[in-house]
Design a binder for this molecule. Structure first.
Ligand code: PGA
Length: 258
């Protein structure tokens, strides 16, 4: 990973409703993303659209990539409705979001997350591991929560493998669905330092220093500059603001010049 490059992930969640609309949105994003030298844009559509979108991004492979929003915690077999990491990779994705809070809210456990990471890496995908506390209490218990979540989500993942993942810090209270208020760049910075310290204990300071950490939660054009400049992060995970091409393009352009 080019250390200077920003990573901007578009998490489309369960949108848009048709492949046609997904193609239109991707082609608008591509127009901007393919011109940016200092940004890697990772578009994560619903899994069913991956194969249909893959041919649209081939030529700009280095600057815009496809990712999935999840994969299953087993290699294959009797798992009705599930999509394996290998299937995701075959569909043309290079990345996969794992452990998103909306998946965890559906019952996904950190031990499943750890297995997903290993299957994703087996399939040649780059996992984007999401972690983040539900609430920020005054006593600092949220720090313990994040520590446990990170440790459990990486249990059984080798040091060598941890060195290849991307971590996204997404405090649940700042994600647009549940939003109480957006995080500040100071809060992001503090947490990124803390996550890096925890990672350093697992993989050593040098490796931890090089791991990309992203911030996610109500990222907009109006606050992205602050997160990128002062939030201690290499990039952003963008939800609702990635669904409108113009709005998302603004974020990409800001990231190019930070
Ligand atoms: P949001 O979503 O930008 O809409 O808050 C971020 C996320 O859930 O990944």
């Amino acid at each position: 990973m080019d250390e200077m490059k920003k990573i901007i992930v578009a998490n489309w969640k369960m949108n848009p409703v048709s492949l046609k609309e997904a193609k239109t949105l991707l082609s608008e994003v591509k127009k901007v993303a393919s011109k940016l030298k200092h940004v890697t844009t990772i578009v994560c559509p619903p899994a069913i659209f991956l194969q249909g979108l893959a041919p649209n991004i081939q030529y700009a492979a280095a600057r815009i990539q496809l990712g999935a929003q999840d994969c299953f915690h087993a290699k294959q077999g009797a798992h009705t409705g599930a999509i394996s990491a290998e299937m995701v990779a075959q569909s043309g994705a290079h990345y996969v979001i794992i452990g998103h809070s909306e998946r965890r809210a559906e019952g996904e456990t950190s031990s499943q997350v750890a297995r997903k990471i290993n299957y994703a890496l087996d399939a040649g995908l780059c996992p984007i591991l999401c972690i983040g506390e539900k609430v920020r209490d005054e006593h600092g218990f949220f720090l313990k929560y994040v520590e446990e979540q990170l440790t459990e989500s990486l249990r059984g993942v080798s040091k060598k493998r941890i060195a290849t993942i991307t971590v996204a810090y997404e405090p649940l209270w700042a994600i647009s669905n549940e939003m109480l208020r957006p995080a500040t760049s100071e809060e992001s910075h503090e947490m990124v330092l803390y996550i890096r310290k925890l990672l350093a204990q697992k993989v050593g300071a040098n490796t931890a220093k090089a791991l990309p950490i992203l911030y996610g939660g109500s990222v907009e054009a109006k606050n992205c500059d602050g997160f990128l400049r002062y939030g201690g992060v290499q990039g952003l995970l963008v939800g609702h603001a990635s669904l409108e091409a113009m709005r998302f393009a603004e974020i990409l352009k800001i990231a190019e010049f930070v």
